[in-house]
Design a protein around this ligand. Structure first.
Ligand code: PLP
Length: 382
């Protein structure tokens, strides 16, 4: 396995900050907002009430119910209790799903660009990642691309819409086509819906949970509290899957973390059951930052950026800036850090060399300063 390149970027920024350098950090894949007060209060109350013991491996009944209620309310989904489990972050849901499913040599389809963690877990589980190129469709996956990548060894496809890093959102009709194809071919799907609620019009929020039951027979939805409720440090996520798959995932979880943190489970229960204004406030803020950033990037020579419909990343192509001693996006990222103390994430780790990821989960003031530095840097390079 390789270390996480996104976490490496975060560590580089931390080290520079600790040395007193004025760093602009566009590397972080986490909200710059604090966890809403009602959620913190629920955690404090849980601690005082003595909710400090092991819980069932799948999570408390209250949290399971809150997840089921959320999906029933928002997506008219009819999941039942044996089909839901709480996890320590969305990452553990994805890990459980892959590790419990794969046999050595099974092929796993990974559309590019992919979240850095997907291929690493596949390799850990002795599977074989098979990448699907999507650059020619602007990183928007379609059923035809999936069909041509299927072989007799294909066991699983991992979808991530809204996508980290591209921000692209698969339109619901195309998503359905992909699910129809895979259902017909008996192939499993993990749908990572960690950025579910951060979608910008005209695109709209879509969960695979809203598909008919017959298209969900081999589907595992991995969800997260981290981004939606600014809860990255609490480590809470969940999986929704047919009960056979959930049972297998529970075995993996019971012998690894046993159960997610009991106090964080009560916080997560409040997150889903309590007021949702904080989500709307964050979305409004991301919406205006996104609009500003996309306009500002147009003014930077050598960069071209398609419209991300979701998440909180822009994913510009920097090939127009690759001149002289800067030959790759990796060298671009390194030189930008050294010369302008600005952290971005190189696209190579996401399977998209020639691109960089800019996170706008940071203040407008940082965005303005960082974009100024990137512009100064590219003007120098070109
Ligand atoms: N999936 C994607 C695409 C992500 O970007 C992240 C976090 O960056 C996660 C899953 C996992 O989030 P967590 O484990 O914090 O819930």
């Amino acid at each position: 396995m390789q270390p996480s390149s996104t976490l490496a970027a975060m560590q580089a920024a931390d080290a520079m900050r600790a040395a007193g350098v004025d760093v602009v950090d566009f590397g972080a894949g986490e909200p710059d907002f604090d966890t809403p007060e009602n959620i913190k209060r629920a955690a404090a109350a849980a601690m005082r009430a003595g909710q400090t013991k092991y819980t069932p491996t799948a999570g408390t009944r209250e949290l399971q119910q809150a997840i089921l209620d959320f999906y029933a309310r928002e997506f008219t989904a009819n999941y039942e209790r044996p089909e839901v489990m709480a996890t320590s972050g969305g990452k553990q849901a994805i890990f459980n799903a892959i590790v419990s499913l794969l046999n050595p040599g099974d092929e796993v389809l990974l559309p590019k660009p992919y979240w850095v963690t997907f291929p690493e877990i596949v390799v850990f589980a002795r599977g074989t990642p098979v990448f699907i190129e999507t650059e020619e469709t602007g990183f928007l996956l379609n059923a035809q691309q999936v069909a041509s990548a299927i072989t007799p060894r294909t066991k699983l496809l991992i979808l991530n819409s809204p996508c980290n890093p591209s921000g692209r959102v698969i339109p619901p009709a195309e998503f359905r086509k992909i699910m129809e194809l895979l259902t017909e071919r008996g192939i499993y799907v993990v749908s990572d819906e960690c950025y579910l609620r951060f979608v910008y019009p005209p695109a709209s929020v879509f969960s695979a949970a809203s598909l008919p039951t017959e298209l969900r027979k081999r589907l595992c939805i991995a969800g997260s509290f981290s981004k939606t409720y600014a809860m990255t440090g609490w480590r809470m996520g969940y999986a929704l899957a047919p009960d056979g798959w959930t049972k297998a995932m529970l075995k993996v979880q019971s012998h690894s973390t046993s159960n997610p943190n009991s106090i964080a489970q009560w916080a997560a229960t409040e997150a889903l059951n309590g007021p949702q204004e904080s989500v709307a406030t964050m979305l409004a803020e991301y919406t205006s930052r996104r609009a500003w950033l996309l306009d500002a990037l147009k003014e930077i020579p050598g960069l071209s950026c398609s419209q991300p419909e979701g998440a909180f990343y822009a994913f510009p192509n920097v090939r127009g800036c690759l001149r002289g001693k800067i030959r790759t996006s990796q060298e671009f990222a390194q030189a930008l850090l050294e010369e302008e103390q600005t952290v971005i994430t190189d696209g190579t780790g996401f399977g998209a060399a020639g691109y960089i990821r800019i996170s706008y989960a940071t203040s407008m003031q940082q965005l303005r300063e960082g974009v100024k530095r990137i512009k100064r840097f590219t003007e120098k390079v070109i």
